[in-house]
Design a protein around this ligand. Structure first.
Ligand SMILES: [Mg+2]
Length: 340
């Protein structure tokens, strides 16, 4: 793979982690104003150490590891859940679900309500083939019973899915939907993940931000006008206009606004966009983690300033170099290792 693509792939998890750690100190705190610069000083809900990222990047790492460790030749018979269909192999999807449960009981320093409820319901299937099916079923049951399931908790962790099929938008979108559904069965959450994963995929493959808007064409025909209008709103208003942002739609708008209304390019844009994402207020670490995956994909790991590189870290014992390695490993996976 060409060096620029690899640098951008390395930037996806590292960028998310930087946004996450930058937003952690200000989550649900009074909103920062334009003359206040956020810093990775820790605290927040954990409380976290300076530079430590939170559940957003922890869960993204769960997904990335499942993808990076997929076996290109598992030696014959298909194993694991059948729920992946032709999108992701059952064993890859099971590994993601299993990693979520390991994280839930061994690593989760904080956790959203929706994710807590679904992982709790799926916990009895831990360690068994079919754990992903149990998780998908738990998420669906919750949604079908009328519990709102369109929080930002699947969008916040979706970045690595954009690295699965770097030359192919349709399977990227299919994988985005499936991985979102593990915990969030509302179609709005799936649609947001489709847009963001196409944004990440395109940014890594081509080096540009056009993928988010192009991703609208990957949605059902009757949903395209809705999302095109939401993206246009985000391009016309500052990130704090989309506050509160616990809802997946306003979280995406806040992140997209932070990216598209911030000027500059390269390292300058990377830093300023994440600072503006934190200034959205409310769920600051999540909005900045969402934005971070995309600006990291666009500008690459080489755009991350040294002071952030040396500070950012988190569960399960990952530092900046590990996050870069994970991103590159997912990007290098052949489609045959990931597909069902
Ligand atoms: Mg968080």
């Amino acid at each position: 793979m060409e060096p620029q693509r690899l640098d951008r792939a390395a930037g996806v998890l590292l960028g998310a982690a930087c946004g996450d750690a930058l937003g952690v100190p200000y989550e649900f705190a009074p909103r920062l104003h334009g003359d206040q610069r956020p810093e990775m000083i820790g605290g927040g809900l954990g409380p976290y150490r300076p530079g430590e990222y939170s559940d957003d990047t922890q869960m993204a790492a769960c997904i990335a590891r499942a993808l990076a460790e997929a076996d290109a030749d598992p030696g014959g018979e298909a194993s694991g859940s059948e729920a992946g269909g032709a999108v992701l192999s059952g064993s890859v999807l099971d590994a993601a679900a299993e990693n979520f449960l390991t994280w839930r009981f061994e690593g989760a320093s904080d956790i959203g309500n929706q994710t807590r409820a679904v992982l709790g319901a799926a916990a009895p299937a831990r360690g068994a083939p079919g754990v992903a099916e149990a998780m998908l079923a738990a998420a669906h049951e919750r949604y079908d019973s009328g519990v709102p399931s369109a929080g930002n908790g699947s969008l916040m962790r979706t970045g690595p899915v954009g690295l699965c099929f770097l030359d192919d938008p349709q399977p990227t979108a299919d994988a985005a939907r499936l991985v979102s559904r593990l915990t969030h069965a509302d179609p709005l959450a799936e649609e947001a993940c489709v847009l963001w994963c196409e944004g990440v995929r395109h940014a890594v493959a081509e080096g540009g931000f056009e993928g988010v808007r192009a991703g609208v064409d990957l949605l059902p025909v009757n949903r395209r006008d809705h999302w095109a209008a939401r993206l246009a709103e985000a391009e016309e208003a500052p990130p704090q206009a989309f506050n509160p942002n616990g809802f997946v739609v306003t979280a995406l708008q806040a992140a997209w606004s932070a990216i598209t209304t911030t000027s500059g390019e390269g390292a300058e844009h990377f830093v300023a966009a994440l600072e503006n994402a934190v200034r959205a207020g409310d769920d600051t670490d999540t909005v900045a983690a969402i934005a971070g995956a995309l600006v990291g994909a666009r500008w690459g790991a080489s755009a991350v300033p040294a002071r952030w590189r040396s500070s950012v870290h988190g569960w399960p014992g990952l530092a900046a170099g590990d996050l870069e390695d994970l991103g590159r490993s997912v990007a290098r996976q052949p489609a045959s290792a990931l597909r069902g």
